[in-house]
Design a binder for this molecule. Structure first.
Ligand SMILES: *Cc1c(COP(=O)(O)O)cnc(C)c1O
Length: 226
């Protein structure tokens, strides 16, 4: 087994073990492998192992990578990084899901471009879990107002909320905030029940707090070559 296949199997085992410990089923959880800073060969290798969902955070890198593996017909691309409005058109060439819908101007552009293309898009509202408004994301107390705007656009399928736990404290603190926000969102739209949370160092904790979409990079891919 290659080192990549070993790491992939180990992470899958850890996900399975945590889910069975807390009584959740594997079918409720999507593993998104973050392939940023790795070549398209890594995507091919993981696809050969059965992985279909991949994530990227920069369009400049993701667009050529997704194009070069467009023969992998079951591959799905998740855009997880901060997105400039002038990159939305490009991202829509390959992405099936946007995890980082975080402001009005981005919502307007995504709504406009999906309408132009007459296509749908899965979206997650990114929460800002810090006190720093410059970090991007919707403040948890502004979630419902923003979600109501998202729900006005029928091409956008609101899947739920997304968050990145702070590194300088127990991630459970932020995962609890995300879970609480998710409950409020579901009162607006019961279908928007997904939670995109959990990375290499905190995915097991995220699963305890209801994460449905894990965004895992280095634990599977190995260190990124920056
Ligand atoms: C890079 C990235 C990840 C994956 O991080 P790892 O620590 O390598 O698992 C997850 N989410 C976002 C938004 C990222 O940019």
């Amino acid at each position: 087994m290659s080192a990549l296949a070993e790491r992939y199997a180990e992470v899958q085992q850890r996900i399975d073990a945590k889910l069975s410990a807390i009584g959740r089923s594997r079918g409720q959880v999507t593993l998104v492998v973050i392939s940023k800073n790795h070549p398209s060969d890594l995507v091919r290798d993981l696809y050969a192992l059965g992985q279909t969902d991949f994530g990227e955070n920069r369009d400049q890198e993701a667009a050529p990578k997704a194009a070069s593996v467009s023969d992998l017909t079951r591959a799905r691309w998740h855009f997880v990084g901060q997105l400039q409005t002038n990159k939305v058109k490009s991202v829509l060439n390959y992405a099936d899901a946007l995890h980082s819908l975080d402001r009005d101007s981005l919502l307007d552009e995504v709504a406009k471009q999906t309408e132009r293309l007459e296509r749908g898009l899965d979206v997650f509202i990114q929460l800002n879990l810090t006190d720093d408004p410059g970090r991007g994301g919707i403040r948890p107390d502004g979630l419902e107002a923003f979600a109501e705007q998202v729900l006005e656009h029928p091409r956008l399928r609101l899947r739920g909320v997304m968050g990145v736990a702070a590194l300088d404290r127990d991630p459970r603190w932020d995962f609890e905030t995300i879970r609480e926000a998710s409950c409020r969102l579901q009162e607006l739209d019961y279908q928007a029940s997904d939670i995109s949370a959990g990375m290499s160092h905190d995915f097991e904790a995220a699963l305890e707090f209801g994460a449905t979409h894990l965004r895992i990079g280095t634990a599977i891919t190995g260190e990124r070559n920056l």
